[in-house]
Each structure stands twice: as C-alpha cells, then as structure tokens.
Write a protein that binds this ligand. Structure first.
Ligand SMILES: [Zn+2]
Length: 365
C-alpha cells in the first residue's frame, strides 16, 4: 500500500530514472537569489542546491526593497511585503549584487546562469538608460531583463512613487530597447484584479495584448501566465458563447498563442501558487496539458523560488508538477523543462553580446 509520505519520493525517483547520467533534469527560467530585503543564498551554496538536477537558471534578485519602518513594526524586521504596511521602493543595486555574484564564479559555473537586470522603475522614462548603463558597466554578464512587475496583487499599490502601467511610454522605451539589444523580457503582470467576478473580461488583458503587439521584435515571457495568489484563473460565465470568450484561463492562453501576431510571446508556469491551480483537478491538469502539447515551444518551467536553503525547498514546485509531466508528449516535456530555455536564452546571449560588442566602448571592458 503506497503511503502518502513515499509518493513525492516515488515521483522524484521515477523522474530521476528517466534521465541519463550527467544530463540535468530541468532548467529554471525564474529564480530569485535574493528576497524583498535583499538577503539571499550565496551563489556557491546555490550551485550545490542545483546539484545535478537543475542545469541552467535565469538568475535575478527582487527590484523592490521592503522598508523596515520602526514606527510601523517596531523591532520586528519584515522580510516580505505582507508583513508590514511600510512601503516598497525600487532598489537598483540589486543588479550590481547579481553581477558580482555571477562574476565571482569560474567560467564553467557561469555558463549555467543567465543573469537578468531588474533594478529599474518601469514608470520612469529614464529606466531604459539604467538598463543600458548596466550592460555598459557589466558587459558579458546579462541575458535579459526581469522579472519586473507592472500589476501585482498586494505589491503595486505599496510601491513608493508613480504607479507602473501597461500604457506608460516608459515601458515602451524599455520593450523597444530590449528588442534592439536582444534582451529577453520576463514580465510579471496580473491578468486581472484580485478576486475578480466570474464572467468579467480580465482587466489587464487588452492592455497587455496591445503592449505585445507594439513590440513584435521583443521576446517576452509572461510570468505565471498572469495568475497570482488571489488573481484566480479566469473563469467565464457558465453558458457564455464559447466563440466569444475562452472558457477559462487555459483557453485564454491558447487563444493568445494561436495569434500569429504574438509569436514572440511565451509563458512561464513558475510559482507554487500557479502550480496549485494547474494540478488542482484532473480537468485543470488536462486543460493545461492540452495547451502545452499544442504549443510545446512556448511554455517554460520555472520555480519562482526565493533564496532557498536546500534542494527540497528549491525543487518543490517541480515536484508539485509531478502529475503534469506524464500528461505531456515527450517533445513537450523536454521543451518545457529544458529545450525552450536553451533556445531562447542561448539566442538572447548571442544577441546581447553582439549588442555589447557594437555599443560598449572597449575602455569599459
Ligand atoms: Zn518571481
């Protein structure tokens, strides 16, 4: 009789057995080395945690600092945005922190990381200059930008200063430059408001689509397929004419992927909150598997883990997806786990290096 506690071990054992020795099991397109107070895992310890399971990692910090306001929480030092009413503010030094962690490694270990620039305020028309400056100060390091956030439950309203929006020309400058330099864009943008009423069209869908259509040359990964802790998967009103509206989140994602004008759009399925929705029922699993098998080139696995202390914690989202992997075709399984990461990030590395070659003065190198 299979006991509850042995199941995850069995799932993992079956997965491990499926991979030839030396071949990594999965790449992680979404990983935070540091948390909301810029504390994190030493990159050498993290290499140990990756071990022989995780091959490559899109590596970044968190561009927002959670302020510790004594008036607000006294001696209690918050480390997460839900732990205090004190504001969040943009923290640009995170890019130097990530670059120096990466540069402290040898060539072989560096090859397993794709550092990403996050330390900019997407509501600032000068943000694009920060991105260019980071490439000039740290040539040879970064592959993309993000994860950065526009609309995010509990967070966006806590950020000090101007509110970020999908219609802000500051964001168009960022997307345009990313397209020019070849930087992959990893964006967090809730597709809807928290606790949205059933049947209502997701509030941010149209603006997000228009932003993507304005930047066809920019490779964009939409983190978490737009879902969140309380930004539930879109549910359409029972009885609504299917032709008009996708039946649910999976249908909505499918519709976006079908659109030939959105060939530059990808989704990551990172975060335990997202995995929670996908593996919730046999139906939700089937729906997700159907979309992934139809568009195997467009979905990337990611953990969205933040500064994990050990491998079990780091791989919990991968394990959470245990029931999904067998439902995918062999092609889709390989691409979601590794192939799409390698294709997109290798292409971006090449383009960004070429941009640096052409634009970063020899002096700076
Ligand atoms: Zn994230």
């Amino acid at each position: 009789m299979k006991t509850r506690s042995s199941r995850p071990a069995l799932v993992l054992a079956a997965l491990v057995a499926a991979f030839p020795a030396g071949a990594y099991e999965v790449h992680d397109s979404h990983f935070h080395l540091t948390n909301y107070v810029q504390q994190g895992t030493d990159i050498r310890d993290f290499l140990e945690i990756m071990g022989d399971k995780v091959g490559r990692v899109a590596l970044f910090g968190i561009p927002l600092q959670q302020a510790w306001s004594y008036e607000n929480s006294g001696d209690f030092a918050p480390t997460y945005y839900l732990q205090t009413d004190a504001p969040l503010y943009y923290y640009s030094f995170t890019d130097a922190w990530i670059a120096s962690a990466y540069l402290s490694l040898g060539k072989k270990d560096r090859a397993r990381f794709d550092p990403m620039i996050t330390g900019f305020n997407p509501a600032d028309m000068y943000a694009v200059d920060h991105i260019r400056r980071v490439l000039q100060v740290f040539p040879g390091v970064f592959t993309g930008i993000g994860e950065f956030t526009i609309h995010k439950e509990f967070v966006s309203s806590k950020v000090a200063g101007d509110v970020a929006s999908l219609t802000d020309p500051a964001l168009d400058r960022i997307f345009a430059f990313a397209g020019e330099a070849g930087l992959i864009v990893l964006i967090h943008n809730d597709i809807d408001m928290p606790f949205a009423a059933e049947g209502a069209s997701p509030v941010y869908l149209r603006q997000m689509k228009e932003l993507l259509l304005r930047h066809p040359r920019t490779t964009v990964i939409w983190a978490h397929a737009g879902m969140g802790r309380v930004v539930h998967p879109v549910q359409s009103e029972a009885g609504a004419a299917p032709a008009e509206r996708p039946r649910n989140q999976a249908g909505l994602v499918e519709k976006l992927l079908e659109d030939p004008a959105l060939g530059h759009l990808y989704f990551d399925i990172s975060w335990s909150e997202v995995a929670k929705y996908i593996v919730a029922t046999p139906e939700s699993l089937q729906r997700a598997a159907h979309v992934i098998n139809r568009f195997p080139d467009r979905i990337l696995f990611g953990t969205d883990e933040v500064a994990p202390a050990d491998q079990a914690t780091y791989l919990r989202v991968y394990e959470q997806y245990g029931p999904l992997w067998p439902l995918l075709t062999a092609e889709a399984r390989e691409k979601v786990r590794k192939g799409n990461y390698e294709r997109l990030f290798d292409a971006a590395r090449k383009k960004v290096r070429a941009w640096e070659e052409a634009n970063v003065s020899k002096v700076a190198r």
